[in-house]
Design a protein around this ligand. Structure first.
Ligand SMILES: NC(=O)c1ccc[n+]([C@@H]2O[C@H](COP(=O)([O-])OP(=O)(O)OC[C@H]3O[C@@H](n4cnc5c(N)ncnc54)[C@H](OP(=O)(O)O)[C@@H]3O)[C@@H](O)[C@H]2O)c1
Length: 208
């Protein structure tokens, strides 16, 4: 699969490196320090590349949208759309200092991102664990990564990439269900194994 990452920071690099290891072609885009990004990409071998944000959608089968929350409008505008593409939104609504949450009421970061990409097949995923948790969790068997979205085919694609990154996908339903697993939802930053996740989701849904 050809995967394009917009916002090649901690999250984009963590998953991108794993996908390269599983045989995917991964293009990384946007870091103010392009030299560091190029050095990182060179270390991953010929399946990894650096692209301009403006070129990511055309290149990709799947776009991973991973800028800081306060940059989502700017990043989306630079991309110029992603019509017909699977777009995985990793964002959580933290403020620019990353010290606190942005209050979204009943809205979700996923819904806001979907509004920026009309015609894209938006899936919320890769957002519910901190990278420290994601890195540690592998010793306990695959940890659960939640996904949510309106398009079943796109969710199947995202689920495949979650497995390829070493995790276990769990589909919570429509895009609005991202409220459960995005910050500050009840499923956010809890490490679940595959045997316990269904009960945790049922409990979170019942107490929504
Ligand atoms: N860190 C975690 O554990 C974690 C886990 C799950 C989800 N998330 C969410 O995933 C997203 C990324 O988190 P992160 O920790 O990877 O953040 P990060 O390390 O700060 O990386 C964000 C990346 O986005 C780039 N960027 C900034 N402005 C941009 C713009 N206008 N257009 C395109 N790219 C832009 C940054 O470039 P520069 O390098 O130049 O700053 C950086 O490469 C956030 O929304 C976060 O809430 C984070």
């Amino acid at each position: 699969m050809k995967i394009g990452i917009v916002g090649a920071g901690n999250v984009g690099r963590f998953y991108g490196e794993r996908w390269v290891g599983r045989g995917h072609a991964v293009a990384f885009s946007y870091a103010r320090d392009v030299g560091r990004l190029e050095a990182f990409v060179a270390g991953l071998g010929p399946s990894a590349s650096v692209l301009e944000v403006e070129d990511v959608a055309a290149y990709s089968d799947v776009v991973v949208f991973s800028p800081p929350f306060e940059q989502i409008e700017h990043a989306a505008a630079r991309m110029g759309g992603a019509t017909g593409k699977v777009l995985i939104d990793t964002t959580n609504p933290f403020n620019p200092e990353r010290t606190g949450l942005v209050e979204l009421g009943t809205a979700t970061s996923a819904g806001i991102v979907a509004g920026l990409f009309p015609g894209a097949l938006v899936v919320k995923a890769l957002h519910n664990l901190s990278l420290a948790q994601a890195g540690d969790a592998t010793g306990r068997g695959p940890a659960v990564m939640f996904l949510a979205g309106e398009h079943n085919g796109a969710k199947e694609t995202a689920a495949r990439l979650i497995v390829d990154a070493g995790f276990a996908p769990f589909d919570t339903g429509a895009l609005s269900a991202a409220k459960l697993s995005e910050a500050p939802g009840p499923l956010f930053m809890n490490v679940y194994g595959v045997t316990e996740v269904a009960e945790a989701v049922a409990h979170a849904t019942a107490h929504r």
